[in-house]
Structure formats: structure tokens, C-alpha cells
Design a protein around this ligand. Structure first.
Ligand code: FES
Length: 112
């Protein structure tokens, strides 16, 4: 297992920094470090945990729904995403990720 440094900027501007192993979901690594981030389904479906990836690479192979268009637009689902490098993330991107899905005619769950 490799370990990476993850920086997450919250909507209020605060930045939380924690370590994440390559075999641990980023959301779980945040929790272990005492950082609570929004989540609901925790299966890579509802978009509640959406972040924008400002720097680095996230493995989304465990997410139920994650499309190339999500990655191209810079979005990640941290409930089922694993770090593949050091990361800089911007939290609170659910609405923006839904809009991107809508633009591409892809499923964008609501009511979450
Ligand atoms: S919590 Fe539902 S997609 Fe991450």
C-alpha cells in the first residue's frame, strides 16, 4: 500500500489535510483523520460526495456510476475513490457534477 497526502478545501475555504492509503476510500481516510465530508449512498451513485480534483489522480473503479465525462470535467466521488497520487480536492461539488451530467445526457440522481 502506498500513502498519499490529500488536501480538501471545504466550501467555507478551510483546508483539511490528511493521509490516504492507496487501498482506502478517500472519504474513509478523511473520517479516520477527523474530517467529516458529505456523503449518502457511499456506493458511487448519488453524487453527494462529489469533489473537483484540482491536482492528482483518483481511481474510481469501485464506483457504481462514474463516466469518462465526469473525469474529463475533473469530478471525483470520494466515497468510492482511492488516491493514486497526492491530491488537492475542492469539496461541495454535487450541483456542479449534476449539471455536467445533465449537459451530457447522463444520469444525475436528485433528491439527495
Ligand atoms: S456518497 Fe453517494 S456517490 Fe458518494
Amino acid at each position: 500500500m502506498r500513502r498519499f497526502t490529500v488536501k480538501v478545501q471545504l466550501p467555507d475555504g478551510t483546508v483539511h489535510t490528511f493521509e490516504a492509503g492507496s487501498d482506502v476510500y478517500i472519504l474513509d481516510a478523511a473520517r479516520l483523520a477527523g474530517t467529516e465530508l458529505p456523503s449518502l449512498c457511499e456506493r458511487g451513485w448519488c453524487l453527494t460526495c462529489a469533489v473537483r480534483v484540482l491536482e492528482g489522480e483518483v481511481d474510481q473503479s469501485d464506483s457504481l456510476r462514474y463516466y469518462p465525462e465526469d473525469r474529463e470535467a475533473g469530478f471525483a466521488l470520494i466515497c468510492t475513490g482511492k488516491a493514486r497520487s497526492d491530491l488537492c480536492l475542492l469539496a461541495g461539488q454535487t450541483a456542479a457534477m449534476r449539471e455536467n451530467r445533465d449537459r451530457h445526457g447522463l444520469p444525475a440522481p436528485r433528491g439527495t
